[in-house]
Design a protein around this ligand. Structure first.
Ligand SMILES: NC(=O)c1ccc[n+]([C@@H]2O[C@H](COP(=O)([O-])OP(=O)(O)OC[C@H]3O[C@@H](n4cnc5c(N)ncnc54)[C@H](OP(=O)(O)O)[C@@H]3O)[C@@H](O)[C@H]2O)c1
Length: 181
C-alpha cells in the first residue's frame, strides 16, 4: 500500500501502537527511513522534537505520511510536507471523541499537490488478505516482525482497557482475556 522505494522517508503516527508499530516494522523491512511519533513520554521523545531534528520531513517523490492520529499532527504534517507527498489516512484517534480539529493548513493540499488516501481495512481485505496470511506468519517466525500485547483479565475491566487505549496508556495491542482455558 505504501508503494515506496528504498531510502524514502515515511512518517508514522502512534509508532508504539498496534497498527503503528507494525507499519514501522514493515517500512523498515522495505528499507525505508522511518520517523515515528508516540504520545507518552516513556514511548518516545515529543513529536515536535523529532520533527525539529529530522524535518522538514525528507520528502522525495514517493514520501509517505501514515497517519493514525489526525487533528493537530495532521495539520502540522500538511505544513511540513513538500510537493507530491502522499498521506495515508488510517485513523484519527485524537479526535474520535472530540469536536473536529480545525485544520488550518488544508490549502497545502492544493499548493503542494499532496495526495490523500483514506481507507477502511475491510474494503482492502479481499485484495491483500491472502498475501498477509502468507507473509506475516513467516515474518514473525523469522523475528522480523515483533508484537506486544497489553493484557487485561476479565470482561468487567473492558471499560478501563478502552479508556487506557484512548489515553495512550497501553503499550501494544489491548487484549481482554475473558476466560482462561
Ligand atoms: N483504517 C482502518 O481500517 C483501521 C483499522 C484499525 C485501526 N485503525 C486506526 O488506527 C489507529 C491506531 O489503532 P491501534 O489499533 O493501533 O490502536 P492502539 O494499539 O490501541 O494504539 C492507539 C494509540 O493511539 C495513541 N493515542 C491515543 N489517543 C491519542 C491522542 N489523543 N493523540 C495522539 N495519539 C493518541 C496512543 O499511543 P501513544 O501513547 O503513543 O500516543 C495509543 O496507544 C486508530 O486511529 C484506529 O482507529 C484504522
Amino acid at each position: 500500500m505504501l508503494n515506496v522505494i528504498q531510502g524514502d522517508t515515511v512518517f508514522i503516527t502512534t509508532g508504539a501502537g498496534t497498527v503503528g508499530s507494525l507499519v514501522v516494522q514493515l517500512a523498515k523491512l522495505e528499507g525505508l527511513k522511518v520517523i515515528a511519533s508516540a504520545g507518552s513520554d516513556d514511548k518516545n521523545t515529543s513529536t515536535c522534537e523529532v520533527l525539529e531534528k529530522e524535518g522538514p520531513i525528507n520528502m522525495q517523490a514517493f514520501i509517505c505520511f501514515w497517519d493514525n492520529v489526525g487533528g493537530e499532527i495532521l495539520d502540522t504534517a500538511f505544513n511540513t510536507a513538500v510537493a507530491g507527498a502522499r498521506f495515508i489516512e488510517c485513523g484519527m484517534i485524537s479526535v474520535y471523541n472530540l469536536e473536529p480539529y480545525p485544520i488550518k493548513n488544508i490549502g497545502q493540499v492544493v499548493g503542494k499537490q499532496l495526495k490523500i488516501f483514506g481507507f477502511i481495512w475491510s474494503s482492502l481485505a479481499s485484495k491483500y488478505e491472502a498475501q498477509f496470511y502468507e507473509e506475516m506468519p513467516a515474518n514473525i517466525s523469522r523475528g522480523e516482525i515483533k508484537y506486544q500485547e497489553d493484557k487485561t483479565i476479565g470482561l468487567e475491566h473492558v471499560g478501563e482497557a478502552l479508556l487506557a487505549v484512548l489515553m495512550g496508556k497501553n503499550t501494544g495491542e489491548s487484549v481482554i482475556i475473558v476466560a482462561e482455558e
